[in-house]
Ligand binder design. Structure first.
Ligand code: NI
Length: 194
């Protein structure tokens, strides 16, 4: 296994559609996923797409912090730093050649971050309910429905396979900013309220 370099917004693989994986069971795909997991864990992310490690293939991985899923609302799609859980204990989801579709028109705003835009955060509209189909590493078709934070993570990661980063999904770019500024504004707001 190896920790891979994470591409930042502007890298060619983050701007172009990725290629379908011909054989999800191929040893090189298993090796790629192992490297992606190590890279994501080291970076403290919730999800990672192959184009983020400069591999233009339709592969995404994610781990869902239980607390976030139970909240039903999304806070940072790629950031586990304020959870108590050991990421190594969470189930790893591997989606190869995923296809997603919204179940209805309902959307919700939620904060997202991305390992390819380090230090930034934005408020992004996403579908609240989706259906997904993908292959796993054994070549088995996995199908299901996802809501809330789970649905947000899947949409964020699958967007990387089509050349989208989350600011491209935002409807109000005044809500894109640096983490440090959001934190400062939040603390000042808390002080003012005292
Ligand atoms: Ni991302």
């Amino acid at each position: 296994m190896a920790i891979l370099e994470i591409a930042r917004m502007g890298a060619p693989t983050l701007r172009e559609p990725a290629e379908p994986v011909a054989d999800p069971t191929a040893p090189e795909i298993r090796a790629l996923v192992a490297d992606m997991l190590e890279t994501m864990t080291e970076a403290g992310g919730v999800g990672l797409a192959a184009p983020q490690v400069r591999v233009p293939l339709r592969v995404v991985i994610f781990q869902l912090p239980r607390a976030r899923v139970e909240e039903g609302v999304a806070e940072d799609a790629e950031d586990t730093e304020d959870t108590e859980e050991d990421p190594g204990e969470l189930p790893l989801h591997v989606f190869i050649n995923p296809v997603i579709e919204p179940l209805d028109d309902e959307q919700a705003l939620g904060w997202e971050g991305c390992l390819s835009l380090p230090g930034m955060r934005g408020l992004v509209p996403r579908h609240t309910r989706i259906r997904y189909r993908a292959f796993d590493l054994d070549g088995t078709l996995i199908e299901g429905e996802a809501t809330g934070f789970h649905a947000r993570v899947i949409q964020h990661e699958c967007d990387h396979l089509d050349g989208f980063v989350y600011p491209m999904r935002m409807t109000d770019l005044s809500l894109l900013g640096y983490d440090s500024e959001w934190t400062r504004a939040m603390l000042e707001g808390a002080e003012a309220a005292e």
